[in-house]
Design a protein around this ligand. Structure first.
Ligand code: GRF
Length: 216
């Protein structure tokens, strides 16, 4: 098998998406492995998940954005990372850092972008009255929650939903979608053209299975 893609994950909190990526990479045929975890908060619960998996973890809490970026960049390059996955990372990244890693830097966001970027997307979805929301994995550009979209999963909004219920339903989809998107990147199947990402090769039934099937 080809060498596995080396992935660095940036977190700020719970780290359940980090866990989903760790779990996926436990399969011997998964084409990526998590080699380093960086948190901007020392109290991030996700740090314990990294430790439990035997993955090097770092806390970088410098309030200066460029110092944070330089230190993060140094660690990621030292770990020979080929992809950075943001997973509940709540700090705005330095523009130079984003530019340097542009097409090797991805994020997951709990809405169907470009709807509801920024904080509290599930609350915004309920306030807007949408009947479906979901999650998006996208390449990161220098504005919050923008960039070419790699994959999305649709989740219904139920009449009785509150923010927590909708967030939980979306989160379950996130845990399935993120490992699939990382797999496509690792397999070099993602081709960016402007705002659009074309997925080369065979169909992606695992992603299609996350979405309504009767739309075609
Ligand atoms: C997820 O909903 C993610 O989409 C958003 O922040 C949340 C992080 O959750 N960016 P976790 O830390 O991965 O559990």
């Amino acid at each position: 098998m080809m060498a596995r893609l080396r992935v660095g994950v940036l977190i700020s909190g719970r780290g359940s998406n980090l866990q989903a990526l760790i779990d996926a990479s436990a399969a011997p045929d998964y084409p990526a492995e998590i080699v380093t975890v960086i948190s901007n908060r020392e109290d991030a619960a996700g740090l314990a998940r990294a430790a439990a998996a035997g993955i090097a973890a770092h806390v970088i809490s410098d309030p200066d954005r460029s110092v944070f970026a330089a230190e993060t960049d140094r660690i990621l390059r030292g770990a020979r990372v080929g992809l950075i996955a943001l997973a509940g990372f709540m700090r705005i990244l330095d523009g130079g850092f984003v530019a340097a890693w542009a097409d090797r830097l991805i994020n997951i966001h709990p809405s169907l972008l470009p709807a509801f970027p920024g904080l509290h997307p599930q609350r915004k979805a309920l306030e807007a009255g949408v009947k479906f929301s979901g999650c998006s994995v996208h390449f990161v550009r220098d504005a919050v929650d923008t960039g070419p979209i790699i994959a999305q999963a649709v989740v219904p909004v139920d009449d009785g939903d509150d923010e927590a219920a909708l967030a939980a339903r979306i989160l379950a989809a996130e845990h399935r979608l993120y490992p699939l998107a990382v797999r496509l990147f690792a397999e070099r199947r993602l081709h960016i053209a402007g705002n659009r990402v074309r997925v080369a090769g065979a169909a992606t039934p695992d992603i299609a299975a996350l979405n309504p099937t009767d739309l075609a």
